[in-house]
Ligand binder design. Structure first.
Ligand SMILES: N[C@@H](CCC(=O)N[C@@H](CS)C(=O)NCC(=O)O)C(=O)O
Length: 213
């Protein structure tokens, strides 16, 4: 594929997952970073009415949002990247399950705890929602940890799900917690950190310190 892809993101956020997948797949793109303080920015709202990053402008002008949708798009258009097991692959079902689970179960805990006042009035309610969603996320990661039975999240080969883990484990409760509480997920993240094409992405996204590279 030729032409320019434009990724709308914010440093260290969900767009870092997409940048990492692009880097591993050798996909060229340009990135427009919004500052976290400006979100939801009016320019972003015009692109994604939900005001969330990542959003991807395809070369035909179409806008694709949602990390999982963009990951699957990469699988469709860059199958040789090996990031998305194709239909019929023995890891395909596990991949689909984990990809959707990450965005449907884990990611929303950030939606609630990053912006609790969007969902509940009053400082006490917001604090309670923050704390309960932070606890819930830790439970979910522990559940995932208990189910891991292979070197990578979906089996013997690395997939996009491992890249999600590497970035999302830099978010609360952060890497030091994973090292202690979820050593298998931590080990996956560390394996991903070692991939040279990601070092620029980690630096651009201010994740290099958290990832220890
Ligand atoms: N389900 C979405 C979640 C995206 C999301 O929550 N993005 C966060 C940053 S990591 C965001 O844009 N937050 C800003 C806001 O909600 O104002 C996805 O998977 O892409």
């Amino acid at each position: 594929m030729t032409g320019q892809l434009t990724l709308y993101g914010a440093r260290g956020g969900g767009s870092a997952i997409i940048e990492a997948l692009f880097a591993l797949a050798g996909i060229e793109y340009q990135v427009r970073y919004f500052s976290w303080e400006d979100l939801p920015d009016s320019e972003l709202l015009a692109i994604n009415p939900q005001g969330e990053i990542p959003a991807l402008r395809l070369e035909n002008g179409e806008i694709l949002t949602e990390t999982a949708a963009i990951a699957l798009w990469i699988g469709d258009h860059f199958p040789e990247s090996g990031l998305v097991p194709p239909a019929g692959d023995p890891c395909r079902n596990r991949f689909l399950h984990r990809l959707i689970w990450l965005v449907a179960a884990v990611y929303p805990t950030f939606t609630f705890s990053d912006h609790p006042r969007r969902f509940i009035p009053g400082d006490d309610g917001a604090q309670a929602l923050y704390e309960s969603t932070e606890r819930r996320r830790q439970q979910l990661w522990r559940q995932f940890e208990a189910e891991l039975d292979a070197p990578w999240a979906c089996g013997e080969e690395m997939t996009a799900v491992d890249v999600f883990i590497a970035v999302m484990s830099c978010w609360r409760p952060r890497r030091a917690w994973f090292a202690q509480e979820c050593p298998k997920l931590f080990a996956i993240a560390r394996q991903v950190d070692k991939l040279t094409p990601l070092h620029r992405v980690w630096r651009d996204n201010e994740l290099a310190g958290e990832a220890g590279i």
